[in-house]
Design a protein. Structure first.
Length: 293
Protein backbone atom coordinates (compact mmCIF):
# COMPACT_ATOMS: atom_id res chain seq x y z
CA UNK A 1 0.00 0.00 0.00
CA UNK A 2 0.98 3.62 -0.55
CA UNK A 3 1.04 5.56 2.73
CA UNK A 4 -0.23 8.72 1.04
CA UNK A 5 0.04 10.35 -2.35
CA UNK A 6 1.46 13.86 -2.21
CA UNK A 7 3.97 13.93 -5.06
CA UNK A 8 2.92 12.78 -8.54
CA UNK A 9 5.30 12.39 -11.49
CA UNK A 10 3.99 12.46 -15.08
CA UNK A 11 6.01 10.64 -17.74
CA UNK A 12 5.56 9.78 -21.41
CA UNK A 13 3.61 11.87 -23.92
CA UNK A 14 3.64 15.17 -22.06
CA UNK A 15 1.67 17.24 -24.55
CA UNK A 16 1.20 20.63 -22.92
CA UNK A 17 -2.47 20.98 -23.87
CA UNK A 18 -3.48 17.51 -22.65
CA UNK A 19 -1.52 17.77 -19.42
CA UNK A 20 -2.80 21.31 -18.85
CA UNK A 21 -6.42 20.17 -19.23
CA UNK A 22 -5.80 17.21 -16.91
CA UNK A 23 -4.25 19.41 -14.22
CA UNK A 24 -7.16 21.85 -14.53
CA UNK A 25 -9.66 19.01 -14.07
CA UNK A 26 -7.77 17.88 -10.97
CA UNK A 27 -7.43 21.41 -9.52
CA UNK A 28 -9.85 20.83 -6.65
CA UNK A 29 -8.25 17.50 -5.74
CA UNK A 30 -4.76 19.03 -5.98
CA UNK A 31 -5.73 21.79 -3.55
CA UNK A 32 -7.59 19.47 -1.19
CA UNK A 33 -4.72 16.99 -0.89
CA UNK A 34 -1.93 19.59 -1.25
CA UNK A 35 -0.40 17.70 -4.16
CA UNK A 36 2.87 18.55 -5.88
CA UNK A 37 3.08 17.74 -9.60
CA UNK A 38 6.26 16.93 -11.50
CA UNK A 39 7.21 15.75 -14.98
CA UNK A 40 10.08 13.65 -16.26
CA UNK A 41 11.05 13.82 -19.92
CA UNK A 42 14.30 13.30 -21.79
CA UNK A 43 13.48 16.09 -24.25
CA UNK A 44 11.96 18.74 -21.96
CA UNK A 45 8.47 18.38 -23.47
CA UNK A 46 6.55 19.92 -20.60
CA UNK A 47 6.63 23.68 -20.12
CA UNK A 48 3.72 24.10 -17.66
CA UNK A 49 4.41 26.43 -14.76
CA UNK A 50 2.46 24.34 -12.23
CA UNK A 51 4.19 21.08 -13.20
CA UNK A 52 7.84 21.13 -12.22
CA UNK A 53 10.49 19.27 -14.26
CA UNK A 54 12.32 16.56 -12.34
CA UNK A 55 15.73 14.95 -12.82
CA UNK A 56 15.99 11.16 -12.59
CA UNK A 57 17.95 11.14 -9.34
CA UNK A 58 14.91 12.63 -7.58
CA UNK A 59 12.36 10.13 -8.92
CA UNK A 60 12.73 8.09 -5.71
CA UNK A 61 11.07 10.97 -3.80
CA UNK A 62 7.81 10.56 -5.74
CA UNK A 63 4.72 8.76 -4.39
CA UNK A 64 3.18 7.84 -7.76
CA UNK A 65 4.22 7.82 -11.42
CA UNK A 66 1.51 8.43 -14.03
CA UNK A 67 2.54 7.27 -17.51
CA UNK A 68 0.73 8.99 -20.39
CA UNK A 69 0.80 7.08 -23.69
CA UNK A 70 0.54 3.52 -24.94
CA UNK A 71 1.92 0.23 -23.67
CA UNK A 72 5.39 1.01 -25.07
CA UNK A 73 5.53 4.21 -23.03
CA UNK A 74 4.27 2.32 -19.99
CA UNK A 75 7.06 -0.26 -20.36
CA UNK A 76 9.74 2.44 -20.37
CA UNK A 77 8.12 4.24 -17.45
CA UNK A 78 7.79 0.94 -15.56
CA UNK A 79 11.55 0.45 -15.62
CA UNK A 80 11.97 3.96 -14.22
CA UNK A 81 9.41 3.09 -11.53
CA UNK A 82 11.13 -0.18 -10.68
CA UNK A 83 14.60 1.39 -10.52
CA UNK A 84 13.37 3.93 -7.96
CA UNK A 85 10.78 1.76 -6.15
CA UNK A 86 7.82 4.01 -7.01
CA UNK A 87 4.36 2.59 -7.92
CA UNK A 88 2.99 3.41 -11.36
CA UNK A 89 -0.33 3.73 -13.19
CA UNK A 90 -1.00 4.42 -16.86
CA UNK A 91 -3.33 6.56 -18.96
CA UNK A 92 -4.02 4.87 -22.29
CA UNK A 93 -3.36 7.23 -25.19
CA UNK A 94 -2.17 4.41 -27.44
CA UNK A 95 -4.02 1.77 -29.41
CA UNK A 96 -4.31 -1.41 -27.36
CA UNK A 97 -3.65 -0.60 -23.72
CA UNK A 98 -3.14 -3.91 -21.90
CA UNK A 99 -0.89 -2.15 -19.38
CA UNK A 100 -2.27 1.40 -19.48
CA UNK A 101 -5.74 0.61 -18.21
CA UNK A 102 -7.07 4.12 -17.41
CA UNK A 103 -9.44 5.31 -20.12
CA UNK A 104 -8.37 8.85 -21.20
CA UNK A 105 -12.02 9.95 -21.16
CA UNK A 106 -12.35 8.91 -17.50
CA UNK A 107 -8.88 9.85 -16.33
CA UNK A 108 -9.84 12.66 -13.93
CA UNK A 109 -12.25 10.49 -11.94
CA UNK A 110 -9.82 7.57 -11.96
CA UNK A 111 -6.90 9.64 -10.65
CA UNK A 112 -9.11 11.25 -8.00
CA UNK A 113 -10.04 7.77 -6.71
CA UNK A 114 -6.40 6.68 -6.63
CA UNK A 115 -5.29 9.87 -4.85
CA UNK A 116 -8.05 9.34 -2.27
CA UNK A 117 -6.78 5.81 -1.60
CA UNK A 118 -9.40 3.87 -3.56
CA UNK A 119 -7.24 1.59 -5.71
CA UNK A 120 -5.78 -1.86 -6.26
CA UNK A 121 -2.05 -2.53 -6.34
CA UNK A 122 -0.26 -5.55 -7.77
CA UNK A 123 3.37 -6.55 -8.13
CA UNK A 124 4.66 -7.58 -11.57
CA UNK A 125 7.85 -9.58 -11.91
CA UNK A 126 10.79 -8.60 -14.13
CA UNK A 127 13.30 -10.64 -16.09
CA UNK A 128 16.97 -10.31 -15.17
CA UNK A 129 19.14 -10.80 -18.29
CA UNK A 130 22.88 -11.45 -18.52
CA UNK A 131 25.25 -12.39 -21.35
CA UNK A 132 27.88 -15.03 -20.60
CA UNK A 133 31.05 -15.64 -22.57
CA UNK A 134 33.09 -18.26 -20.79
CA UNK A 135 33.55 -17.25 -17.15
CA UNK A 136 32.50 -13.64 -17.68
CA UNK A 137 28.88 -12.58 -17.12
CA UNK A 138 27.61 -9.15 -18.11
CA UNK A 139 24.23 -7.78 -16.95
CA UNK A 140 22.38 -6.10 -19.85
CA UNK A 141 19.03 -5.16 -18.32
CA UNK A 142 15.58 -5.96 -17.01
CA UNK A 143 12.41 -6.71 -18.97
CA UNK A 144 8.81 -6.21 -17.89
CA UNK A 145 7.35 -8.04 -20.89
CA UNK A 146 9.93 -10.15 -22.67
CA UNK A 147 13.33 -10.91 -24.07
CA UNK A 148 13.37 -11.56 -27.82
CA UNK A 149 16.27 -12.87 -29.87
CA UNK A 150 16.47 -12.92 -33.65
CA UNK A 151 18.96 -12.65 -36.50
CA UNK A 152 20.28 -9.29 -37.61
CA UNK A 153 19.94 -10.61 -41.19
CA UNK A 154 16.59 -11.85 -42.46
CA UNK A 155 16.13 -15.21 -44.11
CA UNK A 156 18.52 -17.06 -41.79
CA UNK A 157 17.58 -19.41 -38.96
CA UNK A 158 18.91 -19.32 -35.40
CA UNK A 159 19.89 -22.50 -33.58
CA UNK A 160 19.09 -22.08 -29.87
CA UNK A 161 19.89 -24.66 -27.22
CA UNK A 162 17.72 -24.26 -24.13
CA UNK A 163 18.70 -25.41 -20.64
CA UNK A 164 16.64 -25.04 -17.46
CA UNK A 165 18.49 -25.16 -14.13
CA UNK A 166 21.54 -26.51 -16.04
CA UNK A 167 19.50 -29.38 -17.49
CA UNK A 168 19.39 -29.56 -21.30
CA UNK A 169 15.82 -29.26 -22.66
CA UNK A 170 15.98 -29.00 -26.45
CA UNK A 171 17.47 -27.38 -29.51
CA UNK A 172 15.33 -25.08 -31.60
CA UNK A 173 15.90 -23.88 -35.14
CA UNK A 174 13.72 -21.03 -36.30
CA UNK A 175 13.41 -17.29 -36.72
CA UNK A 176 14.01 -16.53 -33.07
CA UNK A 177 13.03 -17.13 -29.47
CA UNK A 178 11.01 -15.38 -26.76
CA UNK A 179 11.29 -15.60 -22.99
CA UNK A 180 8.28 -13.84 -21.50
CA UNK A 181 6.90 -12.90 -18.11
CA UNK A 182 3.17 -13.40 -17.45
CA UNK A 183 2.76 -9.66 -18.14
CA UNK A 184 4.30 -10.19 -21.58
CA UNK A 185 2.06 -13.15 -22.44
CA UNK A 186 -0.36 -10.76 -24.22
CA UNK A 187 2.46 -9.18 -26.25
CA UNK A 188 4.74 -10.71 -28.94
CA UNK A 189 4.41 -14.15 -27.35
CA UNK A 190 0.67 -14.20 -28.03
CA UNK A 191 1.14 -13.56 -31.76
CA UNK A 192 3.58 -16.51 -31.87
CA UNK A 193 1.05 -18.95 -30.43
CA UNK A 194 1.87 -18.60 -26.75
CA UNK A 195 -0.84 -18.90 -24.08
CA UNK A 196 -2.27 -16.05 -22.00
CA UNK A 197 -1.02 -16.26 -18.42
CA UNK A 198 -2.52 -14.43 -15.47
CA UNK A 199 0.01 -11.72 -14.49
CA UNK A 200 0.09 -12.95 -10.88
CA UNK A 201 1.29 -16.41 -11.95
CA UNK A 202 4.81 -17.33 -10.86
CA UNK A 203 5.93 -18.54 -14.24
CA UNK A 204 8.01 -17.90 -17.36
CA UNK A 205 6.96 -18.58 -20.91
CA UNK A 206 9.37 -19.96 -23.53
CA UNK A 207 8.13 -19.42 -27.09
CA UNK A 208 9.95 -20.32 -30.32
CA UNK A 209 9.36 -17.94 -33.23
CA UNK A 210 8.40 -19.81 -36.42
CA UNK A 211 10.20 -23.06 -35.41
CA UNK A 212 11.57 -25.23 -38.22
CA UNK A 213 10.26 -28.29 -36.36
CA UNK A 214 6.53 -27.98 -35.73
CA UNK A 215 6.72 -30.11 -32.58
CA UNK A 216 8.68 -27.32 -30.85
CA UNK A 217 5.87 -25.71 -28.87
CA UNK A 218 5.64 -22.98 -26.20
CA UNK A 219 6.49 -24.07 -22.65
CA UNK A 220 5.40 -22.66 -19.29
CA UNK A 221 7.90 -23.13 -16.46
CA UNK A 222 8.34 -21.92 -12.89
CA UNK A 223 9.76 -18.43 -12.44
CA UNK A 224 12.16 -19.93 -9.88
CA UNK A 225 14.04 -21.55 -12.77
CA UNK A 226 17.23 -20.25 -14.35
CA UNK A 227 17.17 -20.33 -18.14
CA UNK A 228 20.24 -20.57 -20.36
CA UNK A 229 20.05 -19.99 -24.10
CA UNK A 230 23.17 -21.10 -25.98
CA UNK A 231 24.02 -20.35 -29.59
CA UNK A 232 26.12 -22.78 -31.57
CA UNK A 233 29.07 -21.75 -33.71
CA UNK A 234 26.82 -22.44 -36.72
CA UNK A 235 25.22 -19.08 -35.95
CA UNK A 236 27.87 -17.15 -37.87
CA UNK A 237 25.75 -13.97 -38.07
CA UNK A 238 25.23 -11.60 -35.18
CA UNK A 239 22.19 -12.27 -32.99
CA UNK A 240 20.05 -9.37 -31.79
CA UNK A 241 18.72 -9.15 -28.23
CA UNK A 242 15.67 -7.00 -27.52
CA UNK A 243 14.20 -6.26 -24.09
CA UNK A 244 10.61 -4.98 -24.21
CA UNK A 245 11.01 -4.13 -27.90
CA UNK A 246 14.23 -2.15 -27.46
CA UNK A 247 17.40 -3.53 -29.05
CA UNK A 248 19.90 -3.84 -26.21
CA UNK A 249 22.83 -5.87 -27.48
CA UNK A 250 24.23 -8.18 -30.13
CA UNK A 251 26.03 -11.47 -29.55
CA UNK A 252 27.63 -14.09 -31.75
CA UNK A 253 27.77 -17.87 -31.83
CA UNK A 254 29.44 -19.41 -28.78
CA UNK A 255 27.92 -16.89 -26.34
CA UNK A 256 24.90 -17.56 -24.17
CA UNK A 257 22.13 -15.64 -22.42
CA UNK A 258 21.22 -16.26 -18.76
CA UNK A 259 17.66 -15.34 -17.71
CA UNK A 260 16.22 -15.41 -14.20
CA UNK A 261 13.59 -13.69 -12.10
CA UNK A 262 14.80 -10.30 -10.97
CA UNK A 263 14.93 -9.38 -7.30
CA UNK A 264 13.27 -6.13 -8.39
CA UNK A 265 9.62 -5.79 -9.36
CA UNK A 266 7.25 -3.05 -10.48
CA UNK A 267 4.10 -2.08 -8.61
CA UNK A 268 1.08 -1.40 -10.86
CA UNK A 269 -1.69 0.77 -9.43
CA UNK A 270 -5.21 0.17 -10.79
CA UNK A 271 -8.58 1.72 -10.06
CA UNK A 272 -10.78 -0.23 -7.65
CA UNK A 273 -12.96 -1.36 -10.59
CA UNK A 274 -10.03 -2.92 -12.49
CA UNK A 275 -10.70 -6.47 -13.69
CA UNK A 276 -7.95 -8.30 -15.60
CA UNK A 277 -10.40 -10.64 -17.32
CA UNK A 278 -12.63 -7.76 -18.40
CA UNK A 279 -9.51 -6.22 -19.95
CA UNK A 280 -8.93 -9.43 -21.92
CA UNK A 281 -12.58 -9.51 -23.05
CA UNK A 282 -12.57 -5.89 -24.22
CA UNK A 283 -9.12 -5.87 -25.87
CA UNK A 284 -9.40 -9.27 -27.56
CA UNK A 285 -13.12 -8.95 -28.36
CA UNK A 286 -14.01 -12.18 -26.62
CA UNK A 287 -17.70 -12.91 -27.07
CA UNK A 288 -18.07 -10.33 -29.87
CA UNK A 289 -19.54 -11.73 -33.08
CA UNK A 290 -18.44 -9.40 -35.86
CA UNK A 291 -20.87 -11.05 -38.26
CA UNK A 292 -23.77 -9.51 -36.35
CA UNK A 293 -22.09 -6.14 -35.72
Amino acid sequence: MIDSIKKILFTGSLNDEYLSDLVADLAETIDEHKLELFSYSTNNQNQLSNVKPLIESNVCKMDLIVSIGGDGTMLKSSKLASNHNVPITGINKGRLGFLTDINPELVSDALKEIIQGDYQIESRMLLDVKISNGNEKRFIGHAVNDLVINKTKTGRMINVQTSINDTYVNSNEGDGYIVSTPTGSTAYSLSCGGPIINPNSKSFLLVPIAPHTLTNRPMVISSDCNIKLEFTEENDDLIEISLDGEIISEISGGDCIIISKSKSSVEFVHTSQYDYYETLRSKLFWGHDKRNA
